[in-house]
Design a protein around this ligand. Structure first.
Ligand SMILES: *Cc1c(COP(=O)(O)O)cnc(C)c1O
Length: 375
């Protein structure tokens, strides 16, 4: 089965990991520091905190933003459940804004309509790798005294109006799961330009430990002393994973270029084909394409999904609207809440998209899909 997403691992990646395994530091050592510094620099941030997953990154970013009981987090239903469920974990209420049907990204007008004096965070997702209209979302958030947390699990390496994703929201989260644009096996990161938010993220992912003597309540306890002021978790990424991340980061521009070629070939092949709708691309964005989302018209998505899989092509669906999950149903969210997202979900099919796809793979996907919809 040709998968819809797959990691690209080369000899340099393997050598980087082996070197750590032969060394003295398996975790919280020089590879973590080097990876965080390289990542911050690449995404245009001043601080990056590496964590154990994209889910951990969201939990950490929301905690750094101060999300808690009574707060509201506005996000998109067109995402992986963690974008919303991590806010629930912290006691917040999640409100779902509808999407722009062309791009699958959150619609700023729909966000603006949901803002209240309890809004703490606006959490957009760069669907498929395409950056959201962040300037507008920052404006809406900041006018309400809230912060933006951009879930960039799909979009490391993407740029918007010339600026890298990671440098445009108050906090940005990444995932390094194997199918994403680059991998550490499991892993993620939080990036920010705000020193205070960065330090809060760091402490949350490090059990809440305070090691700065100037901030200690009991500074004279002894040289061994460290304090916890606010609770945190152990979300530290190991040096083994960070070494892979550092090596992958060096390859990310190549991955991006290949993903762009595949995206362009699919768009060209499917434009104007009856029964299909191609993905919308906004002005001024330069995405690292994580997904290739095609629309299957005429109520045939399920049939086409099954037929593609039968022919050995591992398609996927991204995503069922998050509030259809029983967690959110049980919290009172009902179907019909975001009509654009529901219509998008009904037609969406993700075709194979990864850096090591060959031209022959791409042509096979194209021929197979066109063959199926022609019947
Ligand atoms: C993958 C993903 C996550 C979660 O990342 P993990 O590393 O799998 O925990 C969060 N949000 C989005 C949009 C994702 O695609």
């Amino acid at each position: 089965m040709l998968p819809y997403g797959h990691q690209s691992i080369n000899d340099d990646d393997i050598a980087a990991v082996s070197e750590v395994l032969r060394g003295d530091w398996l975790t919280t050592g020089p590879a973590v520091t080097a990876f965080e510094e390289a990542l911050a620099s690449y995404v245009g941030a001043t601080r990056a905190v590496s964590v154990t997953s994209g889910t951990a990154a969201l939990h950490t970013a929301y905690a750094a933003a101060g999300v808690g009981p009574g707060d509201e987090v506005i996000t998109t239903p067109m995402t992986f459940v963690a974008t919303a469920s991590c806010a629930v974990t912290l006691g917040a209420t999640v409100k779902f804004a509808d999407i722009d049907p062309a791009t699958g990204n959150i619609d700023p007008d729909s966000v603006a309509a949901l803002v209240t004096d309890r809004t703490k965070v606006i959490a957009p997702v760069d669907f498929a790798g395409q950056p959201v209209p962040i300037d507008r979302l920052n404006e809406i958030a900041h006018a309400a005294g809230a912060l933006t947390v951009e879930d960039a699990a799909h979009s490391i390496g993407s740029r918007t109006q010339g600026r890298p994703v990671g440098s445009v929201a108050d906090l940005t989260t990444f995932s390094f799961f194997p199918t994403k644009n680059m991998t550490t096996a499991e892993g993620g990161a939080v990036a920010t330009l705000d020193a205070d938010l960065g330090q809060r993220a760091h402490e949350f992912h490090f059990i809440g430990l305070v090691r700065d003597r100037d901030r200690m309540r009991h500074p004279d306890e002894g040289p061994w002393h460290q304090e916890v002021h606010e609770w945190g978790l152990n979300y530290r990424l190991s040096d083994v994973h960070a070494a892979l991340g550092l090596s992958q980061l060096k390859r990310l521009e190549q991955f991006k270029a290949r993903r762009a070629e595949v995206f362009a070939r699919y768009q060209e092949a499917f434009a104007g084909v009856e029964g299909l709708g191609i993905h919308g691309v906004a002005e001024g964005v330069d995405p690292t394409w994580h997904l290739y989302p095609i629309r299957i018209k005429d109520g045939r998505r399920r049939e086409v999904f099954d037929a593609m899989r039968e022919q050995g092509i591992g398609v996927q669906v991204n995503y069922m609207p998050v509030y259809w999950h029983p967690l959110f149903e049980d919290l009172g969210d009902r179907r019909g809440l975001c009509p654009n997202a529901e219509a998008f979900y009904a037609e969406e099919l993700s075709l194979p998209m990864f850096a090591d796809l060959t031209d022959a793979d791409v042509e096979r996907v194209i021929e197979t899909l066109i063959g199926i919809v022609a019947h």
